[in-house]
Design a protein around this ligand. Structure first.
Ligand code: HEM
Length: 127
């Protein structure tokens, strides 16, 4: 039996790149995510590449982020930024929107909903 990874179900590398582009594109223009946007640098290209590398491995594809950094733990990287429920929910909103924009199926979206919540909740570092 061959079970597909979420990475494969989404459409592999091009789809995961599109997802990250859509994620930061939405963050950049949505009034509903402006606190999250304000935490980021003016130029989002470097972070878009980093998120792509991270999600590639997290979704079951090549472990690009781990190969480059030697870790998959995101706590240290987020320590400089105060992240509460509001920022977490804005992150999740952008991801949900991005999944819709790239045409991810309802099945994949349902499959990823809880894991995305958990990882976003994990980097939350203020009450
Ligand atoms: C929960 C709310 C979150 C907030 C507010 C947040 C915010 C940020 C900010 C401000 C940065 C620095 C950006 C820069 O260098 O310009 C960052 C880095 C990063 N974030 Fe998040 N983030 C959140 C959740 C997540 C989640 C859930 C993931 C992965 C699924 C993620 C993956 C990353 C990665 C890979 C980096 C780059 C780390 C590095 O420098 O190696 N973030 N995040």
């Amino acid at each position: 039996m061959s079970e597909k990874t979420p990475y494969e179900l989404l459409g592999g590398e091009p789809a995961v790149r599109e997802l990250c582009k859509a994620f930061y594109g939405y963050m950049d223009r949505s009034e509903d995510a402006h606190e999250l946007r304000d935490m980021h640098k003016e130029d989002l290209s470097a972070i878009e590449q980093k998120l792509f590398e991270y999600l590639s491995g997290w979704l079951g594809g090549p472990s690009l982020y781990y190969e480059r950094t030697g870790t998959v733990c995101l706590s240290d990287a987020h320590k400089p930024y105060p992240i509460g429920a509001k920022e977490r929910d804005q992150w999740l909103l952008c991801m949900d929107h991005a999944l819709g924009e790239i045409g991810a199926s309802d099945d994949v979206r349902a499959m990823l909903k809880e894991p995305f919540f958990h990882i976003a909740d994990f980097v939350t570092n203020k009450a």
